[in-house]
Design a binder for this molecule. Structure first.
Ligand SMILES: *Cc1c(COP(=O)(O)O)cnc(C)c1O
Length: 399
């Protein structure tokens, strides 16, 4: 931890940082010294990358690199303004049309990040006098978007459709508009929102339905078309938020849906109106990611095959892989200290996998979270299974 002397009025910041460190909640940020590939160099050591959201290996894909370089030669780097003034380039509209077509939506709008997409979208849809029903485990950017909107926020139990229905029945009538919002894939457990059932309930209560599919895009649905495609809910989910920073391997956010709603977001989405757009290489690389996904399901298929292979191997070793139905694979360990020690020993054995504990997950539910990718080979996965077996036996987690 780096600290520097502070004037008395700011001394509390140093105190808080020390508190974090003392309670084991200080985040030690590792620096990656190589491209985001199956193996990465961390602290001078080459380790198997089980941490990234680079589900399809696009973050350092030769075609994305080439697309970004070509676009730089044609259009330069920066958008030079916010989208509504002079920052909308041919490429931005091209990406939005391609994403809409990929997802089977009428139109799409991009933001600088998935986080910004949520901050921009929720307050454009609901405000004072309205109500939001939000899954209790929704992502921080949904929570912040809800708060910014000034609507009443009612949390329902995680993926619990009966609880959602009961809360809609109790509260919906007291408010003008209602929004039901959920993550598509929940990133800590790898479970999925039951969007088909949520849709039925939302319809009964005349609420707007919004899903944030950050971990589902490029992963779920036909050829990675996302959770709406997975459930066949085209035209039924009102707002589909996504990110270009995970499976797409770049950076940026997207909102897809009805063309009128998208037009409204161009008029009222504050991060769209008041913050400059994605850069030229970002946009060109994201378009190339759509090209790759539309040409073939090979990467998505390999991702799922890898996920199945690794999960089955871990279960055969006796590990508890939780509730996951996606390539996100939690290895449930219980105590945060054990998870941290497990992660440290894995790192020594050449596997880079994060320990996750309270407050990101509930107390007593600490885990190692493994992010499987299409870029991993069978040899990589076997190497990891061996490392997990060794460390698991040494720490008494498995027999
Ligand atoms: C990662 C994530 C985001 C943030 O996406 P960025 O593009 O990295 O800002 C938003 N929502 C969910 C559910 C996420 O998992």
């Amino acid at each position: 931890m780096t600290t520097s002397a502070l004037p008395p009025k700011l001394q509390w910041i140093a105190d808080e940082l020390r508190n974090l460190e003392d309670s084991g909640l200080y985040v030690h940020i590792r620096t990656i010294e190589s491209p985001q590939d199956a193996w990465v160099v961390v602290d001078g050591k080459k380790v198997l990358n089980f941490c990234s959201n680079n589900y399809l290996g696009l973050a350092n894909h030769p075609r994305l690199r080439e697309a970004a370089k070509r676009a730089i030669d044609q259009y330069g780097i920066g958008p030079a303004a916010v989208r509504t003034i002079a920052g909308t380039m041919t490429l931005h509209r091209q990406l939005e049309r391609r994403l809409a077509a990929f997802k089977g939506a009428e139109d799409a709008i991009t933001f600088q990040s998935g986080f910004n997409a949520n901050l921009g979208t929720i307050p454009a849809l609901v405000g004072r006098g309205d109500v939001i029903f939000s899954d209790e485990l929704n992502h921080a950017s949904i929570i912040d978007g809800c708060r910014l909107s000034r609507a009443q926020i009612i949390r329902y139990n995680h993926i619990d459709v009966d609880d959602l229905r009961a809360k809609l029945a109790e509260h919906r009538h007291q408010y003008r508009r209602a929004l039901v919002v959920t993550d598509g894939v929940f990133s800590m457990d790898g479970d999925i929102a039951p969007l088909d059932k949520i849709y039925e309930v939302v319809k009964e209560y005349d609420a707007i339905l919004m899903v944030d599919d950050a971990h589902g895009e490029g992963v779920l649905g036909r050829g990675g078309r996302g959770i709406v495609d997975h459930f066949g809910l085209h035209g039924k989910v009102d707002i589909e938020v996504g990110t270009l920073s995970k499976a797409f391997g770049v950076v940026g956010g997207v909102v897809a849906g009805n063309a009128t709603i998208v037009e409204w977001l161009r008029q009222r989405g504050r991060p769209f109106l008041f913050s400059s757009a994605m850069t030229v290489p970002d946009v060109a690389a994201a378009i190339e990611a759509v090209n790759i996904l539309e040409e073939s399901t090979e990467l998505v298929d390999r991702l799922w095959a890898n996920a199945r292979y690794f999960k089955e191997g871990m279960k055969a070793l006796g590990f508890d892989t939780g509730q996951s139905v996606t390539p996100i694979t939690p290895i449930m360990l219980g105590e945060a200290k054990l998870a941290q020690e497990f992660s440290r020993r894995l790192f020594d054995a050449g596997v880079f996998a994060m320990a996750i504990g309270y407050p990101t997950v509930p107390r007593g539910k600490a885990r190692i979270r493994v992010m499987i990718s299409a870029m991993h080979t069978r040899d990589d996965l076997d190497f990891a299974l061996d490392a997990f077996a060794q460390v698991g036996r040494a720490l008494g987690v498995i027999a």
